[in-house]
Write a protein that binds this ligand. Structure first.
Ligand SMILES: Nc1ncnc2c1ncn2[C@@H]1O[C@H](COP(=O)(O)OP(=O)(O)O)[C@@H](O)[C@H]1O
Ligand SMILES: Cc1cn([C@H]2C[C@H](O)[C@@H](COP(=O)(O)OP(=O)(O)O)O2)c(=O)[nH]c1=O
Length: 703
């Protein structure tokens, strides 16, 4: 099977960016996202600059107003816009949407230039209009992606879209900080601008939207017939409804309650930080450059946390890590509000981002894995909507609160400590997050919970050493959540070939897959393999042989297979217990029942979900193998025939669990047969809950 994809041939592509039309759309989306973030920063800073003559309260009100205006349409009007957008031509909706937004954003600095008295009002009106346009643009964009990308790559396209929507935030922030640093030069070149960096950012933003419009205009987007029932498929359409109906489930178990509460408080704290950030850095003596840096620090920290989260302290309980990382985020924000130093503030906000990012990914994973089935869907839906409302609400309310609190100079001996409203809001949100995180921690890690592991500190120290001591590992009865597939058969049947193909295929669909084999997957296993296959060791007695193979299995199951299955991975093994039953039982003429008892004990009773048996005549299989034969391959033809019969009998005794295939068929055909069977065994590669995950990361805007 070819690994490369020819551009423009969606059905063959494995990487969604290899599809030329999608790649172009993606470029235009990346530009729009970059422009959006840039405009958010620029508008927040212009709101401060246009109100420079007013009191701090007025300035905070202006910032809050800008954020509210940018966010309100997506919450209030999106169902309506989704319905209308469905009746419009997608391509031209996108093109006009981009052009209109370009014009609106460019008009803001122009108004500042030519109508200074009306600048703030126009800023608010134009940003509101741009958001309304975005409401129509977003569903058209969402509906276009499935036209350009084959079904199996939609998940990948979704993930890439999400990555781009957020990945552009720190880029925009750094760009903004860079523009701010160069503002003297910009100001000299173009005098009479209200704020050179904000103005230039908005012109740039206009340009990104124009380029995006040109790119989309050239895309081959098929016309569609508007659906008759005007049920819109936009993700926002159901926000308020799902928040209402999902609340019941989200309050279901202590685990779900803790997860939802913790996640929301971290997000609200993040919103508060964004809301007061611009004026806070102004109080620290830094202007737009500082704001850009802090904004970038939060997002870069979050990205780092989200990437590293699943890898942090792998052996440490996820429930505990969730609470602790949320508390870390809160503490970082608490200190960020207290210190009066720009550099420290940037470091602390990055730390806040890391804590928030780790809590977010772990929260989602826990909700996906540990919530009860009936709670999961509604809880995701609830979180989807509530997260957005919490983030946005906090972004709007925080500057208001800071404005009303005002500023105080507190004498501290010979010094005075300037307590600003923004600092108080940051400290309060940090403190609140710490308190909520601790409450959630206690709720999710009750001492009387039968699943509770050992104490926090012993577990933490063990995890730091890379050892797991949670109850989970001692619980041999619990059925792990992953899937276990085994490929069996005689020598040269094509087992390794099929294990390889299946591994690649499943990985391409986004599953975590562990491809492995027996004997010889662990350190001990490799030594046993050497012993067992070395032709020099012809003296190994059949019973000793059974025990040596069983020892390999015991080590392999304990060290590799069970941990992977508990993580939810798919494990595919080249040979397993059936080889022991067929080779040592049927082949060596020992009691199959005795051997089954031994292997049950060795493997802790772990039975595969599916065993694929590749059946081949021994002469044919052996003739496929090159190189010198090992101790077992060198056995007599009768031995190999008994092994073959042994395998077939095992399959006959439990037809549900076996897929028997004729190994003489061409490899590709066998691969397809296996895929067909495995497909029915697995959940939908993009289960509905995962779609909720991709759709639910709170977005400031609709793209
Ligand atoms: N269906 C098939 N038809 C013909 N040759 C095959 C087929 N499947 C695999 N082979 C070839 O047979 C040899 C042994 O395959 P391999 O997958 O290593 O078998 P096993 O792991 O069962 O010993 C390899 O050279 C492989 O390319
Ligand atoms: C796992 C297992 C393998 N075997 C034998 C079968 C094989 O001949 C040998 C090693 O298996 P395998 O890794 O399939 O060898 P190769 O890669 O050379 O095809 O071990 C047993 O006899 N009992 C067992 O339980």
């Amino acid at each position: 099977m070819s690994r490369s994809a020819s551009p423009g041939a969606p059905s063959e592509a494995r990487n969604v960016l290899a599809i030329t039309p999608f790649r172009r759309l993606w470029v235009s989306l990346a530009l729009s996202s970059l422009g959006d973030w840039l405009s958010l920063l620029a508008l927040m800073s212009l709101a401060v600059i246009f109100t420079a003559d007013g009191s701090q309260l007025v300035q905070y009100l202006a910032v809050s107003g800008v954020v509210a205006i940018k966010l309100a349409p997506s919450i209030l009007l999106s169902p309506l816009a989704g319905m209308v957008a469905d009746r419009l031509d997608r391509k031209w909706t996108m093109v006009f949407g981009d052009v209109l937004r370009a014009l609106l954003y460019v008009s803001i600095p122009l108004a500042g230039l030519f109508l200074p008295g009306f600048a703030l009002e126009w800023l608010l009106v134009a940003s509101f209009l741009a958001e309304v346009v975005a409401l129509f643009w977003a569903p058209a964009k969402d509906a276009t992606v499935p036209n350009l990308v084959p079904r199996k790559l939609l998940g990948q396209a979704d993930r890439l879209g999400l990555f781009t929507a957020y990945g552009t935030a720190p880029v925009a922030a750094l760009l903004f900080a860079g523009l701010a640093s160069a503002s003297n030069v910009l100001g000299a070149v173009l005098p009479s601008m209200a704020s050179p960096e904000a103005d230039v950012a908005l012109y740039l933003n206009g340009l990104t939207f124009l380029v995006a419009a040109v790119v989309v205009a050239g895309l081959p987007i098929p016309k569609h017939k508007p659906s008759k029932d005007s049920e819109s498929d936009t993700r926002d359409s159901a926000i308020l409804r799902s928040v209402r109906t999902g609340r019941r489930h989200a309050g279901g178990s202590p685990l779900v309650r803790g997860l939802v509460l913790g996640t929301l408080s971290v997000l609200a704290a993040g919103g508060a930080a964004i809301g007061v950030g611009r004026l806070h850095v102004e109080n620290l003596g830094a202007g737009n450059a500082g704001f850009g840096v802090v904004f970038a620090a939060v997002f870069a920290g979050m990205a780092l946390g989200m990437l590293a989260g699943p890898r942090v302290l792998k052996q440490f309980s996820r429930r505990r890590l969730f609470g602790l990382s949320a508390a870390l985020a809160g503490l970082a924000l608490l200190f960020a509000g207290a210190v009066a130093d720009m550099v420290l503030t940037a470091v602390l906000t990055a730390l806040f981002g890391v804590g928030a990012g780790v809590a977010w990914v772990i929260g989602l994973a826990l909700l996906g894995h540990e919530a009860e089935d009936e709670d999961r869907g509604p809880a995701f839906a609830f979180l989807h909507g509530a997260a957005r409302i919490a983030l946005l609400g906090a972004t709007v309310l925080a500057p208001l609160a800071a404005g009303f609190i005002g500023g105080y100079a507190i004498p501290l001996g010979p010094l005075t400590y300037d307590l600003r409203g923004s600092g108080v809001v940051l400290m309060a949100s940090g403190l609140l997050t710490v308190v909520v995180a601790l409450v959630c921690y206690r709720q999710m890690n009750r001492k009387d919970d039968p699943e509770a592991g050992p104490g926090l500190l012993p577990e933490l120290f063990a995890a730091l050493r890379g050892v797991a001591i949670t109850e989970e590992d001692e619980d041999e009865e619990s059925r792990p959540s992953g899937a276990f597939i085994v490929v069996e058969g005689g020598e040269g049947a094509g087992k390794s070939t099929q294990v390889r193909e299946l591994t690649v295929w499943l990985r391409d669909q986004g599953f975590e897959v562990v491809g492995t084999r027996q004997p010889g997957a662990t350190k001990l296993g490799m030594r046993l393999r050497g012993l067992l296959l070395d032709r020099e060791n012809s003296h190994i007695t059949p019973r000793a042989e059974v025990l040596l193979y069983a020892a390999d299995k015991a080590d392999h199951v304990e060290q590799e297979i069970l941990p992977a299955l508990r993580r939810g991975a798919i494990v595919i093994s080249d040979r397993y217990v059936d080889s022991l039953l067929a080779y040592q039982g049927a082949g060596r003429d020992l009691s199959v029942d005795d051997i089954r008892d031994i292997s049950d004990w060795a493997t802790q009773g772990l039975v595969p979900d599916l065993t694929v048996l590749l059946d081949v005549r021994p002469e044919e299989g052996l003739s496929r193998l090159g190189g010198p034969v090992d101790r077992i391959e060198g056995e007599s033809a009768e031995f190999h025939n008994r092994v073959r019969k042994g395998f077939l009998e095992l399959a006959k005794a439990d037809p549900e669990r076996y897929l028997v295939l004729d190994a003489r068929e061409p490899k590709e055909r066998t691969t397809r047969e296996i895929q067909r069977r495995v497909r029915s065994l697995l959940p939908d590669p993009v289960p509905s809950s995962a779609e909720a995950v991709t759709g639910m990361i709170p977005v400031i805007r609709n793209d």
